[in-house]
Ligand binder design. Structure first.
Ligand code: NOJ
Length: 526
């Protein structure tokens, strides 16, 4: 299937703005900082910048608690800074997509202040208000993803409101037509300014059961699982009404031309692919997190690739992700050697790849001392490893104090390895992970077979994952050793295009080839 749209052909790069580049030395990254690093992104070879929330926010959940959808938080800059950044992005032929957080606002958002002011207020129904149950407790058993009941009592109006996340993040009511229009106006506000699309936060959570029925117990939950995982979210997630709403969002975007609707969705493959919508009128790309969730084994990965490809509706375009600001970094999950194999996998699979900032330099999770923990996910349910600070630490640009990220005190600690693991240092090394990323990206960009080509023959042979990418012009065989032992592969002979070791480009082989431990190869067969 020919990839025609820019979001099918391009590579997405996630910038977590707090941690990318600080220019005013408050220890927090900003828009002017992203601007100074655009040329780095061009050189890396990515196409689409996805910037996590930059809107005014009390920062209880680091920007995912928005108090004004149409402004810029002072910590990140101004609307003028935003326009300047967007202009510079477009001048470089890049695309910019923003965060759209439509499930909840901040409790400081004027909409919520009005809604909670009285039961008669015209915005009362913009949020999910319910009476107490007969015993005075919460209306049902729904939990917050950050721990505890999802319901918060409001003493003034004597009702509970629902929050899927913090109590400072009340969920809105998408059944209310005025709320819906107000949210669509937010999309139009940014589309009018020229953005190329949105990454929609928790797309699968936007609708809740109209009858507010109790969730059943999760049979897989146990006393050691976090409280937030002890029920099955049947009635407050993935409700059937969601698909109509996603289609309406998509039509707002479509009225501006080719725009990207990227949905954050954590669901099993068969439910996930429904988010492409009837006749592909839903999300352009429902995020595919299978590589984050599956075991790092050749057979497991082969299976998810096959299952995902088989489940895609006709014409639907795939996508792959190794990490994001909510997940442990790939290099910490699978180790430094396998992170290189993961890069080759990501950049040779069929579908749009997303790179999380720092993946290209092999950044690792950083241990956060208890007194420096910032993330409410860790603070509210400590000890379960739910905290996301470790993967959100500042980008390492160089070996200077604070890694070239700031001249102030970084809001989160730097990785101990930053003096060597940084952009400047790795750029000079011919076999670094950064050099590997650049090479793989260049190869992908210059070979249609790796963009639009067919994906075939996905198999696991012991620790080796193998597949083919080809079009009428080129044929690539990809061999990835997911194990730590040498593996012998019998092939017809051919030429190595890239090794993850970056030391045997153009190497010709007859019949057999050895894969060293954790080696990935792209080869042209004879
Ligand atoms: C998903 C976001 O990626 C995460 O960072 C945030 O905490 C929740 N949604 C709530 O908005």
């Amino acid at each position: 299937m020919q990839a025609t749209a820019w979001w099918q052909r391009g590579i997405i790069y996630e910038v977590y703005p707090r941690s990318f580049q600080d220019t005013n030395n408050d220890g927090i990254g900003d828009l002017a900082g992203i601007l100074t690093r655009l040329d780095y992104l061009v050189e890396l070879g990515v196409d689409v910048l996805w910037v996590a929330p930059i809107y005014p926010s009390p920062m209880e959940d680091f920007g995912y608690d928005i108090s004004d959808y149409c402004g810029i938080d002072g910590r990140f800059g101004t609307l003028a800074d935003f326009d300047e950044l967007l202009k510079a992005v477009l001048e470089r032929d890049l695309k910019l997509i923003l965060a759209f957080v439509p499930n909840h606002t901040s409790n400081k958002h004027p909409w919520f202040l009005e809604s909670r002011s009285s039961r008669e207020n015209s915005k009362r129904d913009w949020y999910l208000w319910r009476d107490a149950s007969e015993d005075g407790g919460p209306p049902n058993n729904w939990l917050s993803n950050f721990g505890g009941s999802g319901w918060e009592w409001d003493a003034t109006t004597k009702q509970y409101y629902y929050h899927s996340f913090l109590k400072q993040q009340p969920d809105v009511n998408w059944r209310n037509p005025s709320l819906r229009e107000a949210m669509f106006d937010v999309l139009r506000f940014w589309l009018d300014r020229g953005v190329d699309g949105f990454r929609v936060d928790v797309m699968w959570l936007l609708f809740k059961d109209e009858q507010f029925r109790n969730n059943p117990i999760n049979p897989a939950g146990h006393e050691n699982s976090p409280a937030s995982q002890r029920l099955l979210p049947i009635f407050n997630a993935d409700r059937p009404e969601i698909h109509g709403l996603v289609a309406s969002m998509r039509s707002v975007l479509d009225s501006y031309g080719e725009r990207l609707l990227l949905g954050e969705i954590y669901l099993p493959i068969n439910q996930l692919v429904l988010y492409y919508g009837k006749d592909l009128t839903g999300a352009s790309l429902p995020f595919n997190f299978q590589l984050i969730q599956c075991a790092w084994r050749a057979d497991a990965i082969a299976q998810i690739i096959r299952e995902y490809e088989a489940a895609l509706p006709p014409g639907a375009w795939p996508n792959w992700v190794l990490g994001n600001h909510d997940q442990a970094r790939i290099s910490s999950r699978v180790g430094a050697e396998q992170a290189r194999v993961a890069a080759m996998l990501l950049l040779t699979l069929r579908g749009t790849p997303t790179i999380y900032y720092g993946e290209e330099i092999g950044m690792r999770n950083v241990m956060i001392p208890p007194q420096e923990v910032q993330d409410p996910a860790e603070k509210n349910q400590p000890g379960f490893g739910l905290g996301r600070d470790p993967e959100r630490t500042p980008m390492s640009w160089d070996s200077s104090r604070s890694a070239g990220f700031t001249e102030g005190k970084p809001w989160l600690p730097l990785g101990e390895d930053y003096p060597t693991r940084n952009v400047v240092n790795l750029s000079c090394q011919r076999d670094s992970i950064l050099t590997l990323y650049r090479k793989l990206i260049r190869l992908r960009r210059s070979n249609e077979a790796l963009i639009s080509g067919r994906l075939k023959g996905v198999v696991a042979n012991g620790n080796v994952l193998r597949y083919e990418r080809s079009d009428d012009v080129k044929h690539f065989t990809i061999l990835l050793n997911l194990g730590h032992e040498q593996e012998e592969i019998s092939l017809e002979g051919g030429r190595v295009v890239v090794s993850t070791y970056l030391d045997r480009e153009d190497y010709l082989f007859e019949r057999n080839i050895s894969l060293r431990p954790s080696e990935g190869l792209i080869v042209n067969l004879r």
